[in-house]
Design a protein around this ligand. Structure first.
Ligand code: ARG
Length: 461
């Protein structure tokens, strides 16, 4: 069983199909730098416990350094006989420093605490990368919102014209969920900051090794409080998969807006050539493929979350090999987002808006009816009555092909004696928008305030 991490109690080798099933190097090899960092910390812990002499520690660290270089350059790759990243690296270490020293490193640790630790290290680094890329999308939204402050658009509910809003307000409405995703990743990092190293196979470390020392060496705040939990919990992996899926969903909703806005019928915005694609048969086409891939990948990210949760459901404590299935969905979700996020940022940042069209459509579809009702309320009319009168005005206009703003004093009087000509003053888009000046509203002052708040959140992100 030379070059393998186990085998003493087995008379023969694994069946080829068994080895193929068991092998995980094709996806866990990307954890090799983290495995080596763990080994450096573990070697120091062995030395502190008196299990490695000064010379042995120096030799071990030299060997691990050599190995790091070989891994980084690609000079060393796992062979088909290596079961996993841990086995491959120990095999190579033993080749580099010799079996006498190489065989000492594994004392007091298990692949169960190793893999749980490596996954946390990997997640901490990569969630930070994802958060940075998410922030770039927020920057693009913030830039567009800043550039278009003052442009009104039709605000919709149920996709029907509802009330006019500022385009900037709508764009920032996509920024906030993404900022919360960044926040979620930061929150999660605090939970990921406990090291399972030293949990051993499940029962904890023997040989006087100090898990807290190893944790600090690896940049963790402390070691986990329970070794069974440390080796077999994957709720944090699931939480990461959730946050990554939520990023996908938030990008997908933003993308759906972009897709609609860029249709001929909406005509709100145009995609930059660099961030759209053509058709192989229809020469006129300019397709929103970035947005569509975002929408599509969101489904894949939700699938990764669902798959991981399903793997975990019903698993008894402690470690079981099922847990090996945790890595590919997480790696995939991160890989997909790191490709997708820069493209979404590019697409959003280069959208051109048809401000004139947005402004001209803002009051259409009787979107000022609420303002008419609000005017009546300020005239001390009960809102229920005001709602009815405004509804009657809409019905009147609809029957005659008019907009509310086209009502004359005579027509207003015909609809209701409550509608004095002064009501016409509030039947404007800018009047409507700037009247919504409570905190969080679409009034220009509030949107300006939001721009500052988003900028502050970006500084902190
Ligand atoms: N490849 C395993 C995983 O990803 C590492 C731990 C293996 N432990 C074991 N006893 N086979 O979970």
């Amino acid at each position: 069983h030379a070059g393998r991490l186990w085998g003493g109690r087995f008379a023969g080798g694994s069946a080829p199909a068994m080895a193929t099933l068991s092998r995980s190097t094709q996806f866990d090899w990307r954890l090799a730098p983290y495995d080596l960092a763990g080994s450096v910390a573990h070697a120091r812990a062995l030395h502190r416990a008196g299990l490695l002499t000064d010379d042995e520690l120096a030799g071990m660290l030299d060997g691990l350094e050599t190995l790091s270089g070989e891994v980084a350059s690609g000079a060393f790759r796992p062979s088909p006989a290596d079961e996993d990243v841990h086995g491959a690296l120990e095999r190579r270490l033993t080749e580099v420093v010799g079996p006498e020293l190489g065989g000492r490193l594994r004392a007091g640790r298990s692949r169960n605490d190793q893999i749980a630790t490596l996954l946390r290290l990997w997640l901490r680094d990569h969630l930070r990368l994802v958060a940075g890329a998410v922030s770039e999308v927020v920057v693009a939204l913030h830039d567009q919102a800043t550039a278009h402050l003052g442009v009104p658009m039709p605000g919709r509910t149920h996709l029907q014209h509802a009330q006019p809003v500022l385009l900037s307000h709508h764009l920032l409405a996509h920024a906030w969920p993404l900022l919360r995703d960044v926040d979620r990743m930061r929150d999660l990092d605090a939970r990921l900051a406990l090291s399972p190293y030293g949990s051993g196979a499940l029962a904890g470390t023997s040989l006087g090794l100090d898990p807290t020392f190893v944790a600090h060496e690896l940049g963790f705040a402390d070691a986990v409080a329970n070794s069974i939990d440390g080796t077999s919990a994957r709720d944090l992996a699931a939480e990461a998969a959730y946050v990554l899926a939520q990023v996908g969903i938030d990008l997908s909703r933003l993308s759906e807006d972009v897709i609609l806005w860029c249709t001929y019928e909406f005509g709100f915005a145009r995609l930059d050539d660099a961030w759209s694609t053509g058709s192989s048969i229809m020469p006129q086409k300019k397709n929103p493929d970035v947005a569509e891939l975002a929408r599509g990948k969101a489904g894949r990210l939700v699938g990764n979350l669902a798959g991981l949760l399903t793997t975990l459901k019903g698993l008894p404590l402690a470690y079981a090999r099922d847990l090996q299935e945790d890595k590919e969905p997480l790696f995939d979700s991160v890989d997909q987002l790191l490709v997708l996020l820069p493209a979404v940022a590019g697409m959003v940042g280069t959208l051109t808006f048809d401000a004139e069209r947005l402004a001209s459509l803002a009051p259409r579809g009787f979107s000022l009816a609420t303002d008419l009702a609000d005017w009546l309320v300020r005239e001390r009319v009960p809102f229920a009555v005001a709602h009815d009168v405004a509804g009657a005005a809409v019905r009147y206009c609809e029957a005659r092909g008019l907009e509310l703003s086209e009502l004359t004093p005579d027509r207003l009087a015909e609809i209701s004696p409550l509608l004095r000509p002064e009501v016409l003053d509030v039947l404007t888009v800018s009047g409507s928008i700037d009247s919504r000046d409570g905190r969080g509203g679409t009034a220009t002052v509030r949107v300006r305030e939001q721009l500052d708040e988003v900028a502050t959140a970006l500084d902190a992100a």
